[in-house]
Design a binder for this molecule. Structure first.
Ligand SMILES: [Zn+2]
Length: 572
């Protein structure tokens, strides 16, 4: 039990108007709970339900894994029995658990224990310090790896570290530092380990960066495929490290109020790298719900590999904590990051997509540029003429510069859109490529919602972006980049509730779960977060620093800190 402040109804204008509706909800929801006292009551809060009337109320009653009643604290309190756990929220704001609809969480967890993170470092000095302290703790020969999730724009110095700076803090260790999918620095010790003696030893599409005096800088420049094949040469974590990393990364995500992720596989993630995740699931140790799709493992053998995998893995296999959700975000390598696919590439994609449609699989596909998305939409429309894809919840990820024409085609197909805050790091180069006018409407979040396209929120962490959902929510609401450049114009800025809906019920749609989670109502899964600050009331810039004090998934307390540090699940 925490706090003793009683929330008074006058604090929440408009609630009296909704009182009658709430009473009815409570009565409907309370009926089963009277026969059977609730397991857990959360009282004296500001409960943002995201129901159809946008009701805000005070209390929630939970039985087993779902919500049985919501309403005023006095009424909800009556549902307590002798063994009911009661948590006083002290007026704090509760939101439906956030769902990141496009996050490489499985890979991030698998690698977490063997990587150094530069998230939140505001200077190169701080970033290099993190490497230094890792070097001090690591085994003498261990690799020091920063695999992404940073941008030079976050540093006062506004540049990448030099080879000499790395040598000064990580002497004796092989070091690998990746910047997006464009650059990697490997120090001389690392190049020795990987047998990189000259440019010929680099993957195709990569070359040494040279300075004005034609000296190698230590950085390697390359395309996405070249950088991922460089990374693939690094040693993989041991099983125990994979388990520790997965546990720690998912706990970290949970501490931001994330109660579910939708994972699209990714580069550098082999089927055997899922073992730690599956182990945690079997041990009922996952702190959030994982819905995942399979990324095409091998170029040229996509259909063969997908067919083999899904023989034993039907759509929806698993349970509410871990569930298989189809294929993507790479469907075929020929149509991945390719603005000029050939007819053969498109035919290859069509064959896989048609097979997926006939098999009833969900499908998600990565696409960056509106100028070339017609190639993809043509193929989706072709498949749709034979098998209706709308019921299958297919989606396009990224496409920050989606045009109205593309959005209309997506709507006609019933295809959803997965939006992330990639531009929070990358807007400056985006403006250079596409111009200010395009920047003003990128991504066109409000237009897409107005058209009725399903939109999911997320981050695309943790190579190109960080996993913090409140950074993403704040960016949705002000379009301000990490280096404080104002980007998206007012017409494409949703209001706070709209942004929250995108990150909850909006994301849930892509997991076929929008009628089970993403809102706080009787009968829905009890997935919620008690926030450190009031998301609806703090100034927009402060939204980025919100965390969860108490995260509950399926009625189970999975994260508790600050005033709730001592709170543990009694019933689950
Ligand atoms: Zn992607």
């Amino acid at each position: 039990m925490v706090g003793n402040s009683v929330v008074r109804s006058k604090q929440y204008p408009g609630r009296l108007v909704r009182g009658l509706a709430l009473c009815m909800v409570l009565m409907l929801g309370a009926a089963p709970a009277l026969a059977n006292p609730a397991d857990l009551l959360l009282i004296n809060g500001k409960i943002v339900t995201l129901d159809a009337a946008s009701s805000i109320t005070e209390a929630v009653a939970i039985e087993s894994d779902h919500i049985v009643a919501i309403g005023r604290s006095d009424d909800i309190r009556k549902l307590a029995g002798p063994s009911t756990q009661v948590i006083d929220l002290g007026g704090r704001t509760v939101i439906p658990g956030l769902i990141d609809s496009h996050i490489h969480a499985i890979r991030a967890g698998f690698r977490h224990a063997t990587e150094v993170n530069w998230e939140g470092a505001t200077s190169l000095v701080q970033a290099l310090d993190r490497l230094k302290s890792e070097a001090a703790h690591a085994q003498p020969d261990a690799w020091l790896v920063v695999a992404g999730g940073w941008t030079p724009r976050q540093f006062e110095e506004n540049r990448r570290p030099s080879q000499a700076e790395i040598a000064a803090v990580a002497a004796g260790h092989p070091v690998y530092i990746q910047l997006f999918y464009s650059y990697a620095l490997i120090n001389s010790r690392g190049r020795d380990e990987l047998n990189i003696k000259s440019e010929e030893d680099l993957p195709q599409g990569a070359k040494f960066e040279r300075d004005r005096d034609n000296e190698v800088t230590g950085w390697i420049a390359g395309n996405g495929r070249a950088i991922t094949s460089l990374y693939a040469r690094l040693p993989k974590p041991q099983m125990q490290q994979a388990i520790e990393g997965t546990r720690e990364f998912l706990r970290r995500v949970s501490s931001f109020g994330i109660t579910g992720v939708i994972d699209p596989g990714g580069h550098n993630l082999a089927p055997e790298d899922y073992a730690a995740l599956f182990l945690m699931w079997r041990a009922h140790e996952l702190p959030l719900r994982v819905v995942y799709s399979i990324f095409a493992p091998r170029p040229g053998r996509e259909l063969e590999d997908f067919e083999a995998a899904t023989q034993f893995l039907p759509m929806g296999a698993g349970d509410d904590w871990l569930r298989f959700n189809g294929i993507g975000e790479c469907i075929t390598w020929g149509m991945y990051n390719n603005d000029a696919p050939t007819e053969t590439d498109k035919e290859g994609f069509y064959r896989v997509a048609r097979w997926a449609a006939e098999k009833g699989l969900s499908l998600t596909v990565h696409w960056n540029n509106d100028r070339s998305v017609h190639h993809l939409l043509d193929v989706l429309e072709r498949v749709n003429r034979e098998t209706s894809i709308a019921p299958l919840r297919w989606s396009i990820a990224h496409l920050h510069d989606a045009s109205d024409a593309s959005l209309h085609r997506m709507r006609a197909l019933g295809v959803g859109w997965l939006v992330q805050d990639g531009l929070y790091f990358a807007a400056s180069s985006y403006v250079a490529q596409r111009g200010e006018e395009q920047m003003q409407r990128s991504p066109p979040i409000v237009s897409a919602r107005r058209l009725g396209i399903p939109v999911g929120g997320g981050t695309d962490a943790n190579r190109v972006m960080i996993e913090n959902p409140f950074v993403s929510l704040r960016w949705m609401l002000d379009g301000l980049t990490i280096d404080r450049v104002e980007t998206r114009g007012a017409r494409e800025i949703p209001d706070r509730e709209e942004a929250l809906r995108i990150y909850t019920e909006g994301s849930a749609w892509f997991a076929h779960d929008e009628n089970r989670r993403g809102r706080l109502m009787p009968g829905l899964l009890a997935d919620l977060a008690v926030l450190s600050e009031d998301y609806l009331a703090v100034p927009v810039p402060d939204i980025a620093t919100i965390t969860s004090l108490l995260t509950i998934v399926g009625g189970r307390i999975v994260h508790a800190t600050g005033p709730f540090s001592d709170v543990r699940s009694v019933h689950r």
